[in-house]
Ligand binder design. Sequence first.
Ligand SMILES: CC(C)(COP(=O)(O)OP(=O)(O)OC[C@H]1O[C@@H](n2cnc3c(N)ncnc32)[C@H](O)[C@@H]1OP(=O)(O)O)[C@@H](O)C(=O)NCCC(=O)NCCS
Length: 185
Amino acid sequence: MQVSWTGARIRLRPFADFAEYAPAFTATFGESTEFWGHQRCPIDKERKRFEETGAVDDFRGQLAVERRDDGLVLGSMSYVLYRNGLGANIGTIIRIPYRAQGYGVEGKRLLISYLYQTRPLARIEAITLTHHRAARRSVELAGMRREYVRRRCTFSQGRWGSWVAYVIFREEWEQWPDRPDAHRA
Ligand SMILES: CC(C)(COP(=O)(O)OP(=O)(O)OC[C@H]1O[C@@H](n2cnc3c(N)ncnc32)[C@H](O)[C@@H]1OP(=O)(O)O)[C@@H](O)C(=O)NCCC(=O)NCCS
């Protein structure tokens, strides 16, 4: 079943096939950045999971961020539900040429709306690094607020990094005046 959630400029939808999904997976786990060192990137295991689930199952999902104008895949949005089903953690990757144009903010607002509309969650969080300005700004502009900091959680490129967690509770999302209607399309 092909289902998508549509916003003003982008839509979130499942990846069409593994060829489309693989670059998004390696961008998440296989590429070292100034913020994150190299991570484990088990692509063969992931191929099997994609064949079974299309990268969307009951507990986690990775969705393509597709530009409505031309169908280009700009990046991906992901989520992982807590084991007890009461909350979720979300993440965003926008491909380099399309960054700083507001797509990350719109992707988060759509994913938050989609998750609250389809699941009985109480909270949605996003965790990044305190010195990752773009990620912090993007979650703040998406309507999340800072909840806590955990120091010395990462070590990359010769420096310690601290995690900062942002949260939006269901009742806060319900008060958005311009809540995207993440309807199926
Ligand atoms: C973090 C990321 C998702 C943000 O998405 P984006 O689409 O580029 O961000 P948006 O256009 O929605 O912009 C949100 C804000 O961040 C700012 N911003 C975006 N890129 C920036 C950069 N490289 N440096 C500084 N600020 C930046 C924007 O200017 C905007 O703030 P402003 O309105 O005050 O100017 C994106 O940069 C990305 O994919 N990075 C690599 C993956 C990653 O690190 N993900 C987060 C993991 S925690």
